[in-house]
Structures are given as C-alpha cells and as structure tokens.
Write a protein that binds this ligand. Sequence first.
Ligand SMILES: [Fe+2]
Ligand SMILES: [Fe+2]
Length: 468
Amino acid sequence: MNLYDRIPNNVNLSEDKRLQRALEKWLPNYLDWWHAMGPDGFQDKDVWLRTAIDVGSEGWAHFDYVKMPDYRWGIFLEPAQPDAKVGFGDNFGAPAYQEVPGEFRNSLRRIIVTQGDTEPASVEQQRQLGHTCPSLYDLRNLFQVNVEEGRHLWAMVYLLQAYFGRDGRDEADALLEKRSGNPDKPRILEAFNQPCDDWLNFYSFTMFTDRDGKYQLSALAESGFEPLARTCKFMLTEEAHHMFVGDTGLSRVVRRTAQLMKQNPNEEVREAGGIPLEIIQKYINFWFSYSLDLFGGEISSNSADFFAAGLKGRFKEQEQYTDHIAAEGSFVMQVVEDGKLAPREVPLRNALNQVLRTEYVKDCEKGLARWNKALADERVVARLYLPSIRFHRHVGEYAGHNFDLEGNLITRDEFEGRKTEWLPTIADREYVRSLMHPVTEPGKIANWIAPPAAGIKGKPFEFEYVRL
Ligand SMILES: [Fe+2]
Ligand SMILES: [Fe+2]
C-alpha cells in the first residue's frame, strides 16, 4: 500500500521523511489503541461511513461501506492563506507564525495536547454503546462520530510530531496511554472521564460536550499559529455532524416522550416505556454543567496570555470584533464575595473564557428552543430549560460553592438535600439503561425515541447503514 493510501493527507507527507517516519511509527500503536478502546464488538462489520478525502465544502467526503479498522484516518488542513497575519493580541498584524515561536512553545503544546486528549477520550467513553443502539441509523452515526474523533486525534498528533520535535513525539505516544475514567491515568478534563453508557448520555454528550469542542476549535481556528488554525478549521466541518447527532437525538427523545405522554391519560411515560421529561432535564443539567467547566476559569490569566500571544482568539474574532487588541475594556461578572453574589469588573483579556462560554450558552439555548418546539407540536405544556451557569460547577469562580438551578447561592446541606431533584440518580440511570435494548432491523426503531426526519446523505431511514 502506498503512503497516501495508508495516511491520506494534503500536507505533502511524502516529502517530509522525518515526519513520515514518526507517523508510521505511531500508526500501529494507534490501531492497537483503536482495537482495545474503540467500539466494542463491531470492528469487522461494514459501516456506511463518510471519509474525508479532501478539503473544501464541496466533495470533501466520500461515503461507502468500510470496516472501522480500515478507515483512512487522514491529515487534512484548510489551504494556507497567502500573507496570513496574526489576527489579534499584542502581535496583531505581524506575519502568522509558520513555526512554533520559542516563547510560546509550552503554551501551544499545552493547548494542542489538551485538545488532543479529548478526542480519544470520547471514543473510550462511548465504547459500549453499539450494543444497545436504538436503530441502525443511530448505530452508524455513533460510529461516524467515533472514527472522526479518531481522525481529530490524528490532526493533533500531526501538529505535535511536525512542530514539536522529540517532546511532541512523546506527547503523541502519551495520548494513547491514558484512559477515560481510569483513576490511575485519567483523561485531562473531567467531562471526558464521566461514563457515557446509555444513549441519553450519548445524545447529551454530543449536544453539550461536542459543542464545547466547536467553540474551542473556533477560537483556535483564529490562531496566529497557522498550522493550528488551518487544522481546526477543517475539524469544524466534521464537528458539525457530531452536534447534529446530539441535537436531533435529544429532539427525537423529547418528541417521543411527548407522544407517549399524550397517549396516556395521566401523562405517565414510564408505563409506556418512555423517558420522563424530568429525567431528560436532569441529564441536561448534568452534561451542560460539566461542559461549562471545559471553558476554564471565569477569571483567567491563561486566557489573557493566550490571547496576547495570538494563540487563541475569540469566537469569530475577525467577523464579530473591530478591536482585536482588547487591551482595554472590561467584563462584569457575578462572583461570590463574603458569602454573597456580587458583580466584579474584570479586564477583558482575563475574562475571555467567560466571553467564549457566553457564546456557547447562546448556542445551547437554540437547541432548547428546538426541543421545546417539539413539545409544543405535540401539545405538551411542560418545557425544558438550561440551568444557571453557576449550577453544579467544578471549575472556576463557582466551584466550591452551591447553587440551585436558578443560580441562587445555597448552603451545602440544601444542595445535598435537593440534588436528587436536579441531577440523575442511580435509579434514574438504571431506569434509562433498562430501556436500552438493541434494535438492529433496518427501518425499525426503539420505543423510547422517534425516528429521524430524514436519513443520511439522501438515503432513507430504512437503509442498511450497518451490515450486521
Ligand atoms: Fe473532535
Ligand atoms: Fe466531536
């Protein structure tokens, strides 16, 4: 097999022997990891998957049946812009960095390793879900997300191996050695150590946690380190599908719940084998709050340093802002002071995590509006909502304090006394798991979820997306 067939790429890999050697050495270790930690039980099945074969919005992907271990995990960057400039920060307007600037080397490596670590982590979290798929359509979408997270790991490993020499290669190896949820060698970020062992978790994860990925990648797509910017821009095209899976997945669960409520005189969903709205709300509360943590502290000197250095910008930095220096200005946020919430004015650059988080919350609200429309369509009065950004936080200003869903400061005892109303209990999780029986006949769907409005890439829902 020639090099391009082993590692499809648009980075002239055949001309860079050193990088080629590093990637070819890493490839078998990656495959070992994939076999050990990738989707359990389906490695020899034909799955109708899209594979990235080029960049650009038209014709970048090819759809066909492929066995997952034969998936071509390639390296694709958006084309370089001639005369690219650093778009923000203290070096605004200087030529974009084509190599790693020495003074930012540690920061950049940390950014890339942190992003890279999330990609295999999510595959590990979702490893067992195939056994309980609600339909072949959903099974295929799970595997599509999994192989693309694998490709995102490749994207970050490419940057590490191409630009960070020896320590980059060591970091690339280490990314395959950690394990989601393993106390001895956990993944870096906590959302990626949480179990994702039922499909309500999976849709919540792809809705809320993959969406954090969209905002991190968007901020890095602005980077003055051009190889990182170009890599992240292309990853975003794939990421859109992951969020689609989560958003529409939850929407379909909500719609089905509403239908079952209407079929039962007391709106009792459990008897009818559906997932009650209260449980869906608790899963939203859980995954939304863990995903908010991924943006980092509300007040952060790292965010200021990364922006000043031109490494990590704001969401749509070029489109949305005219002042790309952001050295002046401030951001007012609520913080806990003397046991009370009080406003604090923070220099803008130190508040950039919170600025990015605010964009993310607006985007999540749109999902909630769509699900509530499904409830309204089915003539159900109840509505779903996002909890306050202060609720159930483990990182930043609100960590170590207790808040209710509206964001009111409460005591630890109050929180402990009410948390079973707000977060999934063991019994809730067991109930959801009790509904998870595999449905693998083409065109059939589990009772607790509505079918999708359309299939994938013009194929009908009844299409045999996975040949079992
Ligand atoms: Fe990803
Ligand atoms: Fe993703």
